[in-house]
Design a protein around this ligand. Sequence first.
Ligand SMILES: NC(=O)C1=CN([C@@H]2O[C@H](COP(=O)(O)OP(=O)(O)OC[C@H]3O[C@@H](n4cnc5c(N)ncnc54)[C@H](O)[C@@H]3O)[C@@H](O)[C@H]2O)[C@@H](O)CC1
Ligand SMILES: Nc1ncnc2c1ncn2[C@@H]1O[C@H](COP(=O)(O)OP(=O)(O)O)[C@@H](O)[C@H]1O
Length: 559
Amino acid sequence: MIEACSVDTVRAAEQPLLDAGLGDLLMRRAARGLARECERQLRLTTPDGALRGTTAVLLVGSGNNGGDGLWAGSFLRARGVAVTAVLTGSRVHEDGLAALRAAGGSVLRLSDHDDAAHRRNADLPDSVAAAGPVGVDQAVSLMASAHLVVDAVLGTGASGGLRGAVAELVAAFHDRAPEQGRGTGQRTPRVVACDLVSGVSGDTGEAPEPLLRAHATVTFGAAKTGHVVSPGEQVTGELTVVPIGIEDRLGDAAVHRLEAQDVLAAWPRPGATDTKYSRGVLGVVAGAPSYPGAAIMCTQAAVNAGAGMVRFLGDSTARAMVLARSPEVVCSDDQPWDVHVQAWLAGPGVVGDESQAARVQAVIEAKEPAVLDAGALDAAARSVADARLGPHKVLTPHAGELSQIFEWLHGFGLCDAAVERSDIEAAPLHWAREAARLTGATVLLKGATTVIASPVGDAASSSGAGECLCLSVGDASPWLATAGSGDTLAGILGTVLAHVAEHPQALAGLGDWARGAGRWAAAAALGAGLHALASRVRGESPVPPSVLAENVRAVLTRP
Ligand SMILES: NC(=O)C1=CN([C@@H]2O[C@H](COP(=O)(O)OP(=O)(O)OC[C@H]3O[C@@H](n4cnc5c(N)ncnc54)[C@H](O)[C@@H]3O)[C@@H](O)[C@H]2O)[C@@H](O)CC1
Ligand SMILES: Nc1ncnc2c1ncn2[C@@H]1O[C@H](COP(=O)(O)OP(=O)(O)O)[C@@H](O)[C@H]1O
């Protein structure tokens, strides 16, 4: 599990140590960790893994992030790496700069188009003014010919994205880098980010272009939210958390990230005395004449994920198709109120079919927990006008569907404005949290990183004020961006909900947050985690959703 913290939480943990005069020590620890990762990355670039003869370019901003970079540069120099720092701001961390210079590093100053005027106006400190100016084009060439580029421009103190000459530099570097690698046999430099890829928000994961996409990011004390949610996660590369001595002082995590081992350890497995009912019966309302496949894929996934029983409700054609693929599914044309299940899944493929739509509505109103997907989302949003849904109802939109949900909520006067799909993609966690607050439901927002926000505690019972429990799941294969993989996810999610409904403490091993109302978010994350694992069973290859459903069983097979 990665426990990702807000920037404020990390700052609060650091503060007593800074007050005690230990700031330099913290920075030195951070820089040692950064240098270690830089060495590892540099060794990947040489045939014999040697450091001697390698070159590193540091992009150094004006704050402590730049200080970390400069100290790390001094440690790399001591290992024989040729280091050039390019200062991007009008100030610099003086001790770090002195350390790099003392170690024999070179220092340049990034100049903008009007460098003379800039120098006159900026009133540069001597340390910065002493550095030779380097233009954007020249700096791009330096970066492109280096073995390693270290991004130490902005860290947790950033407000907004890169600006000015450094923004130009990063954009120009990315324009040139693909050209350089392709077909020329020339290597492209490894890129390591210090704390955060510069410009990524530590709290929201917003990642305004231009950005220096990293192969690896080294962060300090704790992962930040921006490392574990989109779009920040997608530019972070491999994440290393370096302990700096604040770890015991950290407050609660802002986002819990489930990793593969968490999913496999927590996945509910039957006990010796279990029955199919005690394991959880999942009722499914899915499919319509125009989308019959959705019913097949979600029931197949639920069967393979180990549901105690899957009960499918639909017409005779849909039933015949479901049974042809999964004979173990119990099928009927009953109404939801006529059958006894532990949890529901409603919505996949339910479009333009009145009888299925009526069943969906009954599921939304039922007391049991439910996954409300695809064709159930509009009806679920409309129902919020009458009553909040509760965290046991799990909405599973992608960004486009969430935008639609906001449109409904806006129509009912429940939120100030509609929200565009692109806004949701730019800050998924923020909007998932907002949707959870407004609907009272657990919201699982699909995408390259899946985020889950769920109202717990006061937020669950009252009008929605209060904090949400937030989780994220990553490491899914991009091949999941295939029509139908959402249906498979829905079947897996329904299976976990049915189990958790019967065993409220089943996921408590994940953490205290997974108890009580938090168990629904935990169940959603577990399902998304299994889905992600299933997407990679055969490595990086296409995963048609029916194969994905089969893969689920392979993931759960113990050696
Ligand atoms: N506080 C501590 O004890 C530790 C902090 N550490 C490092 O310190 C960093 C935070 O340091 P700071 O608070 O100095 O913040 P940063 O180094 O992230 O940057 C702040 C500086 O950048 C400027 N700035 C902010 N947004 C900008 C933008 N969009 N474009 C251009 N300039 C911008 C600000 O005016 C300020 O001068 C962390 O990310 C981490 O790297 C580490 O040394 C570990 C210990
Ligand atoms: N680029 C990506 N990388 C990883 N997972 C992805 C990516 N794009 C989509 N996914 C996942 O694939 C699934 C797609 O679901 P959805 O959009 O509902 O598809 P459909 O409705 O066609 O079944 C979700 O679980 C989502 O998180």
